[in-house]
Ligand binder design. Structure first.
Ligand SMILES: *Cc1c(COP(=O)(O)O)cnc(C)c1O
Length: 396
């Protein structure tokens, strides 16, 4: 097997061997339909119930408040579209932020076309929403506040407790996209006044294509997929039993190991941030230094293109990511980096490295050496860098 230094755990994670092992029998041995009467079906039904309980317990929720979906994007779509529909008589206004995942932002744009009004809150230079702006944005017609728990690009953790408190005081539903935070940060839905929460298996060493939406009891929310009676008739379709079992196992592992794992990641990540800042000139760290996911590092290297850096890191077997998405031939810088106030030319030079449970100090050291070398090479070829050094070089 080819060896990679995998530092893109915010994009997806390796499925843990224990998770794969837990899933396998539900492909080959216990393949019964959970709705069937015979005992083979009950095996599936029991496995689903067990996973649901693990997840509910991890959030301080009730079992019947957890609805399995095909991942984070579906959970986000469901929370927004179904709330919009169910609460249309109360109002047509939704509040979100400028730095949400596209599963939220593009769903909001769709809802705007359906006649809903959406306020996209600004964030400060660290990527934190402004609570005063949130309070001021609330109208009598506001039905939903949807703010992510932690940002997938810059790792900033939002003031969820405060947002939940404001939402509750004003009688507005609060949804949070916790796809990045779930399994990394303890979350109790009652304490935080969260009414709906999205999470995804493949972001916490579980399988891809499975996730869930937590929906607090009493929230009026319509069925998302019509058909059979699965998921309390709200999300029809034969359950993805191996996926659900794998998600349950992944959640169990993530919560059992959370303290130790995140402490180790935080230490390595801080070493990575500190060393890169020290050894690579004209570099900045994006996102909050204090309210931050333990495994996230995000840099901007002036005078270079993030895409070129990624390609050259890949040649050294290092997997990272950049905020820019290559759309229709033009490189658009990340909406998140623009929202924290970075100019386009700086935002273009971004690199996100996200650590995992298995990441080692040696891997981080190898990555730092490679970054240092490649950034210097790319700057050698950069006319912007050359210009800058001609004008300011002597003062450096
Ligand atoms: C990955 C991600 C999603 C999408 O989840 P999928 O399971 O890939 O659909 C949504 N929101 C955030 C913050 C994410 O990081």
């Amino acid at each position: 097997m080819e060896k990679f230094i995998y530092l893109d755990n915010a994009a997806t994670t390796k499925t843990a061997p224990e998770v794969v092992e837990a899933m396998l029998p539900y492909f080959t041995e216990y393949y019964g339909n959970a709705s069937a009467v015979y005992s083979l079906g009950s095996k599936s039904k029991e496995a689903i119930a067990k996973a649901r309980k693990i997840i509910a317990d991890s959030l301080g929720a009730k079992d019947n408040e957890i609805y399995f979906t095909a991942g984070g994007s579906e959970a986000d779509n469901w929370a927004l579209k179904a709330t919009a529909e169910a609460y249309r008589e109360k109002g047509n206004h939704i509040i979100t932020s400028k730095i949400e995942h596209h599963a939220i932002l593009h769903t909001c744009e769709y809802l705007e076309k359906q006649g809903f009004e959406v306020t996209y809150l600004d964030v400060d230079e660290n990527g934190v929403i402004k609570l005063d702006q949130l309070k001021a944005a609330i109208r009598p017609t506001t039905i939903l506040i949807s703010i992510m728990f932690a940002n997938n690009e810059i790792g900033t953790v939002e003031p969820v407790a405060e947002i939940g408190k404001i939402a509750k005081e004003r009688g507005i539903l609060f949804h949070t996209d916790a796809v990045q935070a779930f399994g990394q940060i303890p979350i109790q839905v009652d304490e935080l006044n969260i009414d709906m929460l999205s999470a995804s298996g493949h972001k916490l060493n579980g399988p891809k294509g499975i996730g869930f939406l937590y929906i607090r009891k009493g929230v009026k929310i319509r069925s998302y997929i019509h058909g059979g009676a699965q998921e309390r008739k709200r999300r029809a379709g034969t359950e993805n039993v191996p996926g659900i079992v794998g998600l349950g196992k992944a959640v169990e592992l993530a919560f059992d190991t959370m303290e130790e794992r995140t402490a180790k990641e935080r230490e390595l990540r801080d070493y990575l941030l500190k060393t890169v800042l020290k050894e690579v000139p004209f570099t900045r760290v994006n996102g909050s230094r204090t309210h931050r996911l333990p495994n996230n590092a995000n840099f901007c290297f002036q005078f270079i293109e993030g895409e070129s850096l990624l390609i050259m890191l890949d040649m050294e077997g290092i997997c990272g990511s950049s905020g820019s998405a290559c759309t229709s031939g033009s490189l658009d810088p990340s909406h998140v980096l623009l929202a924290i106030g970075l100019p386009h030319e700086i935002a273009h030079g971004s690199l996100r490295l996200t650590l995992g449970a298995d990441t080692t100090k040696e891997e981080i050291d190898t990555a730092i050496t490679a970054i240092k070398k490649i950034v210097a090479q790319l700057r050698e070829m950069s006319p912007l860098y050359e210009d800058y050094m001609k004008k300011n070089g002597s003062q450096q």
